[in-house]
Ligand binder design. Structure first.
Ligand code: NAP
Length: 257
């Protein structure tokens, strides 16, 4: 199904991005993993079975730096002969947990740099390759795109903006399939961060929701979501184009497992 397809995964050093890179490799795809943590990317490379190691290209870099994104594309081209079949825009940050009354414009801009402008930048640079391949663009969004939590204003707004960017790509690029996925509340570093930093500012009921999910063992598994994301970026049908889907949405049933 996925033999020889080439997919870029951003934020592949940990959490959902790492799980998605591994799921893609298991499906036979070639994967370019991008994140700032070079050591974590190389650890992932070295943990792979020998015969799969050449299928994974680690590219360390910061998604907010244009020169790093340009290098990501250059290295992808030179390793895989100009082939690119999809991107999983997964790198993300919650930003500082601060009320609208307190948060700085600069802090908001940083969250938008990571969660929105990086998607625009990488997608724009990759468009010629994606048009040629009839490729797919997957954005890892969030339930926060449509629901406000105290202290998360920049994150929520950035995910809502990313959803609209997906709709715009879908409307403007007939050769490309673009969709946004809500992965649920996952047991990753982002949730560690919320439990560590959220207590002061989040409402007690909001904070208790996240600590309770952890305490009850009910946080989602990144590996399960990664299976769906990997299948979607390889094979998502055009009829899904432009949508914002919960990963458990009925429309995505054909992509489970
Ligand atoms: N966890 C949840 O409950 C949850 C819920 C809804 C949506 N999401 C979304 O899921 C995605 C993955 O999050 P996660 O839960 O796996 O969080 P995570 O464990 O914190 O991973 C975030 C990833 O993004 C990368 N990243 C952050 N800033 C970057 C930058 N400037 N340049 C390059 N890479 C950068 C990190 O790598 P480096 O630090 O190595 O750069 C890391 O690989 C995010 O888009 C998040 O918004 C998560």
């Amino acid at each position: 199904m996925s033999a020889q397809k080439v997919i870029i995964v951003t934020g592949a050093s940990m959490g959902l991005g790492k799980a998605t890179a591994k799921a893609l490799l298991e499906r036979g795809a070639r994967v370019v993993g991008f994140a700032r943590s070079a050591e974590a990317l190389w650890d992932l490379a070295h943990s792979l079975p020998q015969e799969v190691q050449t299928h994974f290209l680690p590219v360390p870099g910061d998604i907010t730096r244009g020169e790093d994104v340009a290098r990501l594309l250059e290295q992808t081209r030179s390793r895989f002969g100009g082939q690119l079949d999809g991107i999983v825009h997964n790198a993300g940050t919650l930003g500082g947990i601060e009320r609208v009354a307190d948060v700085s414009v600069q802090a908001w801009k940083h969250v938008f740099d990571v969660n929105v402008f990086s998607i625009l930048d990488l997608t724009q640079r990759a468009l010629p390759l994606l048009r040629t391949s009839g490729g797919r663009v997957l954005v890892v969004s969030s339930g926060a795109a449509t629901h406000a939590y105290t202290g998360w204003s920049s994150y929520s707004a950035s995910k809502a903006a990313a959803n609209m960017l997906v709709q715009s790509i879908a409307a403007e690029e007939p050769r490309i399939t673009a969709l946004a996925i809500r992965p649920g509340v996952l047991d990753t570093g982002m949730q560690d961060y919320i439990r560590r930093e959220g207590k002061e500012v989040m409402k007690p009921s909001e904070y208790a929701k996240f600590t309770g999910l952890k305490a009850d063992g009910k946080l989602g598994s990144p590996d399960l979501v990664a299976k769906v994301l990997s299948r979607l970026v390889l094979t998502a049908d055009q009829e899904l184009n432009g949508g914002f889907y919960n990963w458990t949405d009925e429309a995505l049933e054909p992509y489970v497992m």
